[in-house]
Design a protein around this ligand. Sequence first.
Ligand SMILES: NC(=O)C1=CN([C@@H]2O[C@H](COP(=O)(O)OP(=O)(O)OC[C@H]3O[C@@H](n4cnc5c(N)ncnc54)[C@H](OP(=O)(O)O)[C@@H]3O)[C@@H](O)[C@H]2O)C=CC1
Ligand SMILES: CC(C)(CO)C(=O)C(=O)O
Length: 287
Amino acid sequence: MNIGIIGGGSIGLLTAAYLGRNHVVNLYVRREKQKQEIDKEGIHCSTLPHPTAVDTRLTSEGLEEHDVLIIAVKQHQVSSLLHADFPPETPLLFLQNGMGHLEQLPESHECWLGVVEHGALKRSDSSIEHLGQGNIQLACFRSEDNGHHMAASLHSEDFPFIYREDYESMMTGKLLVNTVINPLTALFGVKNGEIVQNTYINKLASTLCEEACRVLDMSYQDEWNRVQSVAKNTKDNESSMLKDVKAGRETEIDAICGYIVNKSSADVPYHQFVLDAIHALEERGGA
Ligand SMILES: NC(=O)C1=CN([C@@H]2O[C@H](COP(=O)(O)OP(=O)(O)OC[C@H]3O[C@@H](n4cnc5c(N)ncnc54)[C@H](OP(=O)(O)O)[C@@H]3O)[C@@H](O)[C@H]2O)C=CC1
Ligand SMILES: CC(C)(CO)C(=O)C(=O)O
């Protein structure tokens, strides 16, 4: 396939490094320095034996047609890209956490959604640490095409893509996990395991889970079991929100907990609290 990827962050570099082995990949970045570094070094990924060479371009110079264009920027960066000229014939695959961006997706394009279950950490402009080897689940948001084909074309044994029939259950399942684990780990400055290990954080997590399940009409018991199992399986990870807060970066709180608050017709006081509390940390400029 001929694949375009926008964003040379943790997930953009990870997908470019893996997909670049078997496909033609154009990675679009926004800084000349990053372009030069990748041109010189290739992309180093901790779980691959050799750097992957990809063709790096600047977003500002325009986007070309591809078989698929993977959007790997943060949720709050998506809106700035929607002003960009997406090539008219190219299907778009959005990989963001949260659900706040779904209503902004361009109606003019075939759109796909992906849920990333890898852990990746950018070490430099051309290197990433692949911390948790998982998969990317992919579902159709707006397309007449058969999704099996898209997932199968991108899939490889060591970088799996899994086709999901229903984007809504795929996205709400991930949102549920993020709306509980991300704000609490970021507020308390703890790794994911503390969600199950600390009695009081566990109690707060359970209440957030219960609120979100009510809003999203999901089974509390099933989702609470899943949240706890993700927290156990990723116990030594720092959540993406904790990393953002520590680095003084804008978080994805609006797309995650803000989505629950906006969708709810009743009060969701715990979500409102974590939403305001994370914004307070952002305003202060870090943890
Ligand atoms: N990292 C992880 O392990 C996981 C991440 N995700 C999700 O994946 C998404 C991406 O996350 P992640 O890769 O970690 O985020 P990063 O912040 O590491 O990367 C985002 C990248 O997008 C680039 N970017 C922003 N705007 C533009 C633009 N207009 N043109 C070109 N590049 C642009 C940024 O460039 P610059 O460097 O110049 O600022 C940055 O390199 C998020 O929604 C996240 O929630 C999901 C699961 C796991
Ligand atoms: C699943 C989890 C919580 C793993 O850290 C995640 O998706 C994130 O940190 O954003």
